[in-house]
Design a protein around this ligand. Sequence first.
Ligand code: DOR
Length: 452
Amino acid sequence: MNSILLRGGRVIDPASARDGQYDLLVRDSEIAAVERAGTRMNLDDASLVDASGCWIVPGLIDPHVHLRDPGFPEKETILTGLRAAAAGGFTTVAAMANTSPVNDRPAITRYMLERAEEAHCTRLAPVSAVTHGLGGIEPVDFASMVDAGARLFSDDGIPIDDAGVLSRALDETMRLGYAVALHEEDRALSCGGAVNAGAVATHLGVSGYAHSAEPHRVRRDLAIAIGSGAAVHVAHVSTAESLELIRAARQRGAQVTCEVTPHHFTLDESAALTWGPNAKMNPPLRNRDDVEALHAAIRDGTFDMIATDHAPHDPKSKRMEQLGAFFGPGRQAGHLERDAAELFAHAANGVVGLETSLGLALGLVHRSLIEPARLVEMMSLNPAALLRLEAGTLAVGAVADITVIDPNLEWTVAPEKFLSKSRNTPFAGMRLKGRAVLTIVAGEIVFDGRKA
Ligand code: DOR
């Protein structure tokens, strides 16, 4: 029998309304006991983990990652992505469908689950496409995707432009009891813009991505969601106006959840001056007022969860060979020549996030924006509910998916040490406080940071 006794830590488990000093016993794949610290537990052959100074929380869940498998092994594979996830403290990640081939049929979903099984690491929750090939026209066979193991539906990376297609998809997913995650972008307004439309875009001489592109589409989709009663999830919210629309829709009874990314709540558009394509993503980093609005929504509970939108890209896709010379730590790029501005616009969107998310999120706690229990809600309990997983709790009898966090461990982001295959991050060199020291999936240690 495999037993682990986590002793001396602070157990934070909002699902059981528990926050205090407890010892926690894992036996095989389950949580066997949670007892007040110091209670004499029957140890038998348990291996002892000294968790003093640490938090013991239900395993972290990321509802939005791109693992690029099948299709883009130069960026990431399921194996490397899941190892990066484990190092970041995640016990489950929801892998988006914009792979090649797209995850729009059961065989691809099964392929993803098989690779994850072989990895013997963090769990993978497959996200099914809403439409075939993310083409926005022909719906997938929703029921067969659920049967194959899909936990969420999304065309993420691309918005669903046809309102009728979305509306019919919502009827189906509601019948099955699953949510649709929405990438909210009106492409007639975003126009493939490189960074947020405004001062930074003008300074760099690159195309701007209109602020209105997001809320304009959020308004339409929430109206559809209210009409249908279906559950929708707004991915990577980046503007104050979208948040106002979400709050108003909830007042009218909409079943709407939403997520915020660490890059959107940490950085503003000016990061693109230093990091160039490594601070380019969709939706883009916004202005200071929007960042403030995101913080307010984290504080007041509008945001249900934190999602990385982990989007690994190789330097070539990021056009770093040509553009790297203009950007870098401690520097600010000036106006780019036309050719360079074009290259910037064509650089792939996205940043890696699995190995920096927890450290950045803990910054919210250290700055007293939120309490630790709220962090656990946003990074475990609420994503579990969205994905309909039996997870997000440390109750006795629950599956032993556990993250042990040292909230005070200071470290420096070093992309060359990432377990992810990609290094496209605007956080290189940043000092962070707090990280996962142990990640346990089904009672087995899949990441041990104490060895690092
Ligand atoms: O920045 C992004 N990158 N946003 C998306 O919606 C897609 C993602 C990707 O797949 O690279």
